[in-house]
Design a protein around this ligand. Sequence first.
Ligand SMILES: [Zn+2]
Ligand SMILES: [Zn+2]
Length: 278
Amino acid sequence: MQTKNGLRIGYHMSVAGSMDLAFDRGEELGCNTMQIFLTNPRTWLARKLTAEEADAFLERRKSSAIDPVIAHMPYLPNLSSSEKEIRSKSITSLNVNIALAEQLGIDYLVLHLGSHMGHGIDKGRENLSNAVSDAIDLTKNCTMLLENSAGQKNSIGSKMGELTAIYESIGSKRVGFCLDTCHVYAAGYDITKESVLKEMDGEFDLNLVKAIHLNDAKHELGSGLDRHENIGFGHINKGFKTFLSHDKIRNKPLILETPYNPKLKPGEEIEIVKKMLG
Ligand SMILES: [Zn+2]
Ligand SMILES: [Zn+2]
């Protein structure tokens, strides 16, 4: 179900208890799209999904207006690493997540680009591209979305030109990008300015962006720090309007990954965004 202005927006939702409960929680907040974790985000543990739980999820999905459903990889994997053990665990985790995503009919699986850990950006990019290319062969319906980073030390993929290079070295059309607004701002792109969006689109085709992580930035432009802030409480603030009105960004699914804030009612940021867009 498309809203009048085509806006698709939702939060990252908890799957605690049973995966299908994410739909109830999302609907209660007013989401018409959402993001979930398929495995525990802070451990390497795989997750066994029972047939009942998968069926309940698929059933609930049919009756829900929440669409698309996006999954996010856990935080520990680092697909850019050259270190054997981390690499092997990371690839296993990716494969487990892809299998779950396919089983649950997930539209997009978001993965972080990781860190080269001192082995240099070229080596990191090569490791990442190989891992993603292999993983694409395991997917049938789910598209993998690579998420831009904030520019922390040794990180891969904070600059637009780098994202283009990664896309080209993977060489598959079945991969897209998830643009995190906090990360891109921290990496030095002032997305509140049309001229900057134009420059970005020159270095990287913004049509490759399939989903947005809509987070305000706690720190100033170019800080390199990955610290999310609530919409309208950070440095991007009302400037979101310029970004969200861009031709190639408009109508992309927006996922809020903002911190808990006692000053905001549950789901209030959805209303804040709607108001901003008039
Ligand atoms: Zn992420
Ligand atoms: Zn972040």
